[in-house]
Design a protein around this ligand. Structure first.
Ligand code: T5A
Length: 207
């Protein structure tokens, strides 16, 4: 359990389409709550009323210019942080967030050609010093993830990108994890959901 009066832990889940982030965020939040941890589950793009409205713009329209698209993601993210994430963390509530800024680096950066320099500037502007305490990267061959995602039958415009795009996104997430091993852990998302959950819970509860 989180010590009384301490800041909450900020945990982000990242990975490609259909890797199991939503499934894990639900199960991990429930298991943390069973452990007595106060927890808020949220997602991006979205997680606050204004950010959900921007989600509609991002997913419902486009294609956007890559910098404009990144700015939309960061506008939604800024609103999400200001209205939802930061107040929760300050109140000692842990936050489990389905995608965060690494998704912009992977999708708009590796996928669409946004430079890392612009991404870093947007991070500084929108997030200040806020960064996740722990990022779990769910890794899965894109064709398997797409197979899972497309079973739902409601593909968004990112899911409709070609195989090379999804390969670049996967490689970008693995590179992010390799560059920041203190923050990130890679989970093999091809394992059964309960095994992925157990590994995630161990990491979340580790000091
Ligand atoms: N995006 C987002 C950007 O381009 N830039 C950004 O900065 C941000 C924040 C969001 C889109 O926006 C893009 C990326 C995304 O394309 P979304 O609809 O929220 O769109 O899409 P995703 O976040 O990709 O969510 P998905 O639902 O597609 O994938 P999940 O959440 O990873 O997968 P999940 O949990 O829904 O599982 C999919 C299916 O697989 C099964 C589930 O039961 C489900 O049927 N499953 C498993 N099956 C076998 N083994 C497991 N371990 C399984 N885990 C789940």
């Amino acid at each position: 359990m989180a010590p009384e009066g301490s800041r909450g832990r900020f945990i982000t889940l990242e990975g490609g389409e259909g890797a199991g982030k939503t499934t894990l965020s639900r199960a991990l939040s429930a298991r943390l709550a069973e452990e007595g941890v106060p927890v808020l589950r949220t997602r991006e793009p979205g997680g606050a009323p204004g950010a959900e409205a921007v989600r509609g713009l991002i997913l419902g329209q486009g294609p956007w210019d890559p910098v404009a698209e990144a700015m939309l993601h960061f506008a939604a993210r800024r609103e999400h942080v200001a209205r939802t994430i930061a107040p929760a963390l300050e109140a000692g509530i842990w936050v489990v967030c389905d995608r965060f800024a690494d998704s912009t680096l992977a999708y708009q950066g590796a996928g669409q050609g946004l430079s890392r320099e612009v991404w870093e500037r947007l991070c500084d502007l929108a997030l200040g010093s806020l960064r996740p305490d722990l990022t779990l990267v769910l890794d899965l061959p894109p064709e398997r993830g797409m197979g899972r995602a497309l079973q739902r039958g409601d593909a968004n415009r990112y899911e409709l990108q070609d195989a090379d795009f999804h390969a670049r996104v996967r490689a970008a997430f693995l590179a992010i994890a390799a560059a920041e091993p203190d923050r990130c852990a890679v989970l093999d998302a091809s394992r059964p959901p309960l095994e992925v959950l157990d590994a995630a819970l161990d990491l979340a509860l580790a000091a």
